[in-house]
Design a binder for this molecule. Structure first.
Ligand code: NAI
Length: 333
């Protein structure tokens, strides 16, 4: 057995963390032979609930969990951590403008970026789940200049998983037969779910999903909208936002970052943009990436038609607006 690694989950008293902590603690992300010290961060009013989560983790009797550190202090939460799931954020309240939400969350991710900079390992892998995830990741990285920008990412894996599930259902295939669905841009309603590069194994042969479905109007219409609006559909049905599926996607994201992607397959992650595919530079943009030795690289050479380019332009514009608003809040402090 290797030495334990320290993993932090923020928003640890919330609903996504409730599913996420169990999956991480079982060894589904870092491996079934990797012992863990779990750091659980939430805000002071949630300290009591956090104690309950600690009790349940103990009662799960999981062999990989060597220690659990519940805290409301970012300095303790981020001390020597190797991986961070930044789930905790301010939820949107009734009557709250998007701008107010962004402003509240930017402040949280500024503080957490500063604490990561001071206390975390420099090779830490940071996954931001809390919304607005892309811009929160950008702010967090901005305030942690001693950690490489490549070590910060935002989650669009839930959108990718939703898209993959839609394609598998349409083709009546098991989920494992479908790969390379791409999410471009922001984790918001402007994201562009794209099946142009997706592949499916049909009767033992690899085929392009685009040809197998053979219905451009579906792939450019309902498919895109279902994925874009899936979060809202879950809220309408469950009266609460996606939690089990968000936790699973966070595990998938970190698992692939830690362990690498399979040859020929890629996954979508919000990462710092180098301007690939005409995306604006220096925003956290979701791209298709391949991962080796814990380093991601943006998949190059995919063809974007005019429809795809127009969709990328919409989500790019939104990310630039969010960046401007976020930096204005940071600079005003
Ligand atoms: P929740 O409200 O159940 O839990 C959030 C937790 O974060 C609460 O316990 C709260 O006290 C805590 N928190 C707030 N401020 C904090 C801070 N400064 N430090 C540490 N903890 C803090 O919310 P839920 O359902 O767990 O969702 C969490 C976030 O994930 C939300 O922002 C949600 O919009 C986002 N989300 C993102 C998805 C994605 O695909 N990127 C998918 C689904 C949700």
């Amino acid at each position: 057995m290797s030495e334990p690694i320290r993993v932090v989950v923020t928003g640890a008293a919330g609903q996504i963390a409730y599913s996420l902590l169990y999956m991480v603690a079982r060894g589904e992300v870092f491996g079934r032979d990797q012992p863990l010290i779990l750091h659980l961060l939430d805000i002071p009013p949630m300290a009591g609930v956090l104690e309950g989560v600690v009790m349940e983790l103990a009662d799960c009797a999981l062999p990989l969990v060597r220690e659990v550190v519940p805290t409301t202090d970012p300095a303790v939460a981020f001390k020597d951590v190797s991986a961070a799931f930044l789930v905790g954020s301010m939820p949107r309240k009734e009557g709250m403008e998007r701008k107010d939400l962004l402003s509240a969350n930017v402040k949280i991710f500024k503080v957490q970026g500063q604490a990561l900079d001071k206390f975390a390992r420099k090779d830490i892998k940071v996954l931001v789940v809390g919304n607005p995830a892309n811009t929160n990741a950008l702010v967090c990285s901005h305030y942690a200049p001693s950690i490489p920008k490549e070590n910060f990412s935002a989650m669009t894996r839930l959108d990718q998983n939703r898209g993959t599930a839609q394609i598998a259902a349409k083709l009546s295939l098991p989920i494992s037969a479908v790969s390379n669905v791409i999410i471009w841009g922001n984790h918001s309603a402007t994201q562009f779910p794209d099946a142009r590069s997706a592949k499916a194994i049909i009767n033992g042969t690899e085929k392009a999903v685009w040809d197998a479905i053979g219905d451009t109007s579906f792939l450019e219409g309902p498919f895109v909208e279902i994925v874009q609006k899936r979060g809202a559909a879950v809220i309408a049905a469950r009266k609460m936002s996606s939690a089990m599926s968000a936790a699973k996607a966070a595990c998938d994201h970190m698992h692939d970052w830690w362990n690498g992607t399979k040859p020929g397959q890629f996954v979508s992650m919000g990462v710092i943009s180098d301007g690939s595919y005409g995306a604006p530079k220096d925003v956290v943009f979701s791209f298709p990436v391949e991962i080796k030795n814990k380093q991601w690289s943006i998949v190059q050479g995919l063809t974007l038609d005019d429809f795809a380019k127009s969709k990328l332009a919409i989500t790019s514009k939104e990310l630039l607006e969010e960046k401007t608003e976020a930096m204005a809040v940071c600079n005003a402090e």
